[in-house]
Design a protein around this ligand. Structure first.
Ligand code: SF4
Length: 443
């Protein structure tokens, strides 16, 4: 098979990976025009310092000896197959890089022969790039669960980020849908990576230099909605993985049906807004001090789709409000709907010099329309009196048109950098909600 054909097959197969959003852009060059986008393999991701970088996103191969029923590359699937040699991936990466198309490589793979053999091939690519080509760009490698610790440590020495995908939150789901995988094995890989990162930090010299080991940390991915596992269990599992293995990110990928799928899998696409709510909840756990069990209830173990999880928590816990913006501590301020982390930092700084009014909050770019019911400030705030009224949730109800957009499923994908946030977050508007966009991944 020609290299170009392999690129089409294996870049397309890699688009299901969650760790970076695929642009999906396709535009033919006009006659005598300049530039041409082809739908192969370039996606965008974020470096630890918030820069948006373009990555060549590929599978080394989409052959796989496993039969995970949610994956299009499973052994029993009749999809078109291809395989790169490590040298071919190196060649493509360097050629794309020289042309300024990409700043790095994201490389995953189906499992061929054994986890060790597959991992060896992935490591070989990174090693050739770093040693023979002296490539200094970003490299994200998939960590194949079950591969030996030596290979995992070598991968960390060459790559910037490693990711072992947990896929499903429950052991029983994994046993049913991906019988060759176990949480024990996946978490062993995570543990090996976490140890590698810690060891590298321990060996930091006085001059601040430490041996290079996955400096951008490790991440993982969940498939959402392939089974009946509620959001509460997904968030619980995430919180546990963040704590135990110090993950940088967990990605949530809404399940979409694949051809000839297992009859036990859903036939309908999972609403992308569910994925979006999980990202919001994940953010709340990492930066706002919420614990997983606060974000859902015993009665409803899924996150509400019609309001964000922070607002839903505030409406369930109204005895916590109103919060006095001039006296409350950071933890309480972070729980106010409409207050972001940056808003809270500004409030804490400015209130040292003056008592803040509602108008001051607007100047600090707080979403006052949303926050006004939950706060008191130095001036009179009549909205705070409504905190106990039964009709308060209605004030936040999405308008009919917005709900229709949330339910809509078949809009074409569109990717854009959100300029209002300084272009730092990559978003897709697909079902009406603005979402960060990962999908389930092989590996
Ligand atoms: S998820 Fe990974 S291991 Fe499972 S079938 Fe797909 S490529 Fe193979």
């Amino acid at each position: 098979m020609e290299l170009q054909q392999k690129l089409h097959v294996l870049a397309d197969a890699a688009k299901y990976d969650a760790s970076c959003a695929s642009s999906g852009s396709r535009r033919a060059r006009a006659e005598n025009g300049l530039g041409n986008t082809d739908g192969v393999g370039i996606c965008h991701s974020y470096t630890p310092d918030g820069r948006c970088v373009s990555l060549l996103k590929l599978l080394l191969t989409n052959y796989c000896i496993y039969d995970c029923s949610y994956c299009v590359n499973r052994i029993s699937s009749d999809t078109r197959r291809a395989r790169f040699t490590p040298e071919e991936v190196v060649f493509l990466t360097i050629e794309f890089y020289k042309r300024n198309y990409i700043e790095g490589l994201f490389l995953s793979s189906g499992v061929i022969q054994s986890p060790d053999y597959t991992m060896e091939q992935l490591v070989q690519v990174a090693k050739l790039l770093r040693t023979e080509q002296r490539f200094g760009g970003y490299i994200h490698l998939k960590a194949v669960p079950g591969a030996s610790e030596e290979l995992m440590l070598e991968a960390g020495a060459w790559a910037d980020r490693l990711s072992a995908n947990v896929e499903l939150a429950r052991d029983s789901d994994l046993a049913q849908l991906a019988p060759a995988k176990t949480h024990k094995e996946i978490e062993r890989s995570m543990q090996q990576i976490a140890h590698g990162i810690l060891d590298a930090k321990d060996k930091t010299t006085r001059s601040g230099k430490s041996p290079r080991f996955a400096p951008a940390g490790q991440s993982t991915q969940f498939i959402v909605g392939a089974t009946s596992t509620p959001d509460s269990e997904l968030l619980d599992k995430s919180a546990n993985l963040y704590k135990t293995y110090k993950l940088r990110r967990a990605y949530y990928s809404a399940f979409s049906p694949i051809p000839h799928a297992d009859p036990g899998l859903p036939l309908m696409k999972i609403p992308l807004v569910r994925e979006h709510r999980l990202y919001q909840a994940d953010w709340l756990m990492r930066f706002y001090g919420f614990s997983a069990n606060e974000l859902t209830t015993e009665q409803d173990r899924n996150l509400p789709l019609d309001k964000d999880p922070k607002l839903a928590w505030a409406l369930r816990n109204r005895e916590f409000f109103p919060v006095d913006v001039n006296k409350a501590g950071q933890a309480a301020l972070l729980r106010v709907p409409g207050f972001g982390v940056r808003n809270v930092k500004r409030i804490l700084k400015v209130r040292r010099y003056r008592a803040l009014t509602i108008a001051d909050l607007a100047k600090l770019r707080v979403a006052v329309k949303r926050a006004q019911f939950f706060i008191v400030a130095a001036d009179h705030n009549p909205a705070a009196k409504q905190i106990d009224t039964p009709k308060l949730p209605e004030k936040f109800a999405p308008k009919d048109g917005q709900m229709a957009l949330l339910k809509q499923q078949k809009r074409p994908e569109r990717v854009s950098c959100d300029k209002r946030r300084g272009g730092r977050f990559h978003h897709l508007a697909r079902d009406g909600a603005t979402v960060t966009r990962p999908r389930h991944t092989p590996g």
